[in-house]
Design a protein around this ligand. Structure first.
Ligand code: IMP
Length: 431
């Protein structure tokens, strides 16, 4: 398999986990390059349920190496918990198969306390973060006071940094946010213990990738969240604090762009989002409820009910451009089964004018009205389809419209949660 990238084209939760799981079969290495444990997906393999927030699910295949790049913010407690649960389930997750970049930043207890206290203080204008301390950790990285994984190997530096940071953080927590201060000794002791357990996993991810790419190994880059949650290209400020877009792989994993080959954008057959922010095709009616229930649309990290709406191709077209998508993977097509009519948003109308790209201004986006193309739905169960020809003609038309409007070919269609409930169109994706 040639090197591949999997990115979300909407607001996250597109079903990237299943696509990554399928493509992992043909890869030697699976790499994450941004985000943290705000992401999450569940896989059921051999009757056992595994929930992944940080470790690529490729760890379930004996012969794959999984890498956590420098672009992530890592909560050591969560990472160690994931390692322990995998070990309990009999998965070999030793340091020869799992490497954490020495340059990744660590989420500290004060990041989580600040995330929670800020959201509580914001009242109605909450971003609706996952509360995992992601944003405050990236802030410290940019402020150059962050604690990196490599600091776990230098106890003196680690302690000094924790104590210095906590002075400022406690002042902010207590005096500005009205929250409880944190105890420096407790944090130092806890992180010293994490250091003992995590140090064997630290490595130079950039170098490992360079050597792998040079010796012809295949690498799969796994994006978290989605393009419209990107801190630069998303619906700012209702976004995450990292850049989920494909271009970030270079800085977030430490590679050159020349090794990226196929860029696959995952598109859920309709649109969802958790958290606040504008949503042009949102359905606040029984059709929205139907999609929410059939799609079991609850956040995998927070359990929140996801907002649902029609497929917004203005959003997907933006993603095709920003990520340089070479193929699309359509997920959850089966969820739309049973609806009489389906709508695809092809353009927006803003103050009486038709526009083709999402406006940067959120107030302008809030005024955008969707311009829909209406299509017929289908009633047949499609979860047994393994070839495009086995789909009802209405479902084929729906897919064809997506290809034509976005200008990107569809390589894969998911028609159910199981691995085998998939139509693979492009043989390139197979091992
Ligand atoms: P944060 O990433 O926890 O700071 O949350 C910022 C925004 O991104 C919120 O609207 C979250 O709901 C959203 N978000 C973060 N991670 C994910 C994800 O993996 N899927 C969907 N939404 C996410």
């Amino acid at each position: 398999m040639e090197n591949m990238v999997v990115v979300g084209t909407q607001w996250g939760d597109e079903g990237k986990g299943k696509v990554v799981d399928l493509l992992t079969a043909g890869a030697d290495m699976v790499v994450r390059y941004q985000g943290g444990n705000n992401a999450g997906h569940t896989l059921v393999v051999g009757g056992k349920k595994f929930i992944f927030h940080l470790i690529p699910s490729g760890i379930l295949y004996e012969d794959k190496t999984c890498l956590i790049g420098n672009g992530l913010v890592v909560d050591p407690e969560v990472l160690l918990g994931e390692i322990a649960r995998l070990k309990d389930a009999g998965v070999n997750v030793g340091p020869q198969r799992l490497v954490l970049s020495e340059k990744a930043h660590l989420i500290m207890p004060y990041h989580k306390a600040i995330d929670a206290a800020r959201e509580a203080a914001k009242g109605k204008v909450k971003i609706g973060t996952t509360g995992r301390g992601i944003g405050p950790c990236y802030e410290d990285k940019a402020a150059r006071i962050g604690i990196r994984a490599i600091d776990l190997t230098e106890p003196g530096v680690l302690e000094e940094k924790i104590r210095a940071n906590l002075k400022e953080k406690n002042f902010y927590l207590e005096k500005f946010l009205g929250a409880e201060p944190l105890d420096a000794n407790a944090i130092v002791n806890k992180y010293m213990e994490f250091a003992n357990q995590l140090s064997p996993y630290l490595g130079d991810v950039s170098l490992i990738l360079y050597e792998a790419a040079s010796s012809g190994k295949s690498i799969l880059f796994e994006g978290a969240q989605g393009t419209h949650l990107d801190v630069d290209h998303g619906t700012y400020p209702f976004v995450t604090s990292s850049n989920p877009v494909a271009g970030t792989i270079c800085s977030g994993a430490g590679i050159g762009p020349n090794i990226l080959r196929h860029i696959i954008g995952v598109v859920k057959a309709y649109t969802t989002r958790v958290g606040a922010g504008p949503f042009v095709t949102e359905l606040e009616d029984e059709t929205g409820d139907y999609i929410q229930e059939r799609g079991a649309e609850f956040g995998s990290t927070t359990g929140r009910r996801r907002r649902c709406g029609w497929l917004d191709l203005v959003v997907v077209k933006d993603s095709a451009r920003i990520n340089g998508l070479t193929a699309l993977a359509i997920t959850k097509l089966d969820v739309l089964t049973g609806l009489d009519k389906l709508k695809i948003c092809v353009e927006y109308e803003l103050d009486g004018e038709r526009i083709q790209a999402r406006p940067a201004s959120l107030s302008a986006m809030a005024r955008c009205k969707p311009i829909y193309k209406e299509l017929d739905g289908w009633k047949e169960d499609i979860s047994g389809a393994r070839k495009l020809s086995e789909l009802p003609s209405e479902a084929k038309t729906y897919l064809k419209e997506i290809e034509e409007i976005t200008g990107v070919p569809i390589s894969l269609v998911s028609v159910g949660p199981a691995r085998e409930e998939t139509i693979v169109i492009d043989e390139l994706l197979l091992p």
